[in-house]
Design a protein around this ligand. Structure first.
Ligand code: PAF
Length: 265
């Protein structure tokens, strides 16, 4: 597996590829969810490249940028094991953002200023800006994103549509621990005991008959709910609770968790 540290190395690698390229962008601290994206990319493309970059522009000033888990050696070994051909893993943020006054992308407001966007202003602009840059350099045929970050997938699909980018976005299912907890790099902030307790988030979302009941139970089990909404699958409108997509963000033991469940009651 080629480890590419600079844009120059990345562009050179890309120029040497004649066959279809599948791309898995990540911020590292890889778990089974990421690896399932690599496997899917492997099945559908001749070449697979991942990126590992903790993107500063998608973190707010009081968020966990400096604490975000980093385990590069382990991540490289996992990617190699899954048959990844290359990984773009810049050593410094300046490799991706060489200037301090760069052009950036404004994510589509109807999608980026709701749900997580209300509590993380500018977050999706940062995601779009870095993903746009990565797409320019990698020029993938297909790019793989986990549906765990449902809103992120919708925002990226909108960017691809709005800029006519020539890449197919492949949304992939959320992977869960046996307890039901959605896999996330941020789960490592929780002890194993708290990770088991955090699985209540999915259980409560799945079993509740109303948002009111879900909110009450979540509070009872120690979650501090940021939002809990029932929306249409395109996220653009509120949906009846009985047949909506329920999306939640909640703090548990100081860790922000997100999840969603499609309801058919
Ligand atoms: O989902 C993530 O890990 C990040 O938001 C992404 C898409 C790699 C952009 O930094």
């Amino acid at each position: 597996m080629k480890i590419l540290r600079t844009r120059r190395q990345l562009l050179k690698w890309r120029l040497s590829q004649r066959l279809s390229v599948g791309f898995v962008p990540t911020m590292g601290a890889l778990h089974e969810g990421h690896l399932s994206l690599v496997r899917r990319a492997r099945e559908e493309n001749k070449r697979v490249i991942a990126s590992i970059f903790v993107n500063p522009t998608q973190f707010g000033p009081r968020e966990d940028l400096s604490l975000y888990p980093r385990q590069e050696k382990k991540d490289f070994a996992l990617l190699k094991r899954e048959g990844c051909d290359a990984v773009f893993a810049p050593l410094k943020a300046q490799e991706v953002y060489p200037r301090s006054d760069e052009t950036s992308i404004l994510a589509r407001p109807s999608l980026s200023r709701i749900l997580c966007g209300v509590f993380r202003p500018g977050h999706f602009d940062g995601v779009c800006t870095v993903v746009f840059k990565l797409f320019r350099w990698v020029e993938p045929h297909r790019a793989y994103f986990g549906l765990k970050d449902y809103q992120q997938v919708k925002v990226i699909e909108a960017m691809v549509e709005d800029f006519d980018l020539r890449v197919k976005i492949v949304p992939c299912p959320t992977l869960r621990e046996p307890t039901g907890l959605a896999m996330s790099s941020r789960n490592t902030y929780l002890s194993s005991k708290d990770q088991r307790a955090a699985a209540e988030l999915f259980r409560i979302l799945s079993m509740s008959d109303s948002l009111k009941q879900a909110r009450r139970l979540l509070t009872h089990y120690g979650f501090e709910v940021q939002y809990l909404e029932s929306r249409s699958e395109d996220l653009l409108s509120k949906a009846p609770e009985k047949k909506g997509l329920w999306l939640v963000a909640a703090y548990f033991k100081g860790v922000r968790l997100i999840d969603h469940v499609k309801k058919i009651l």
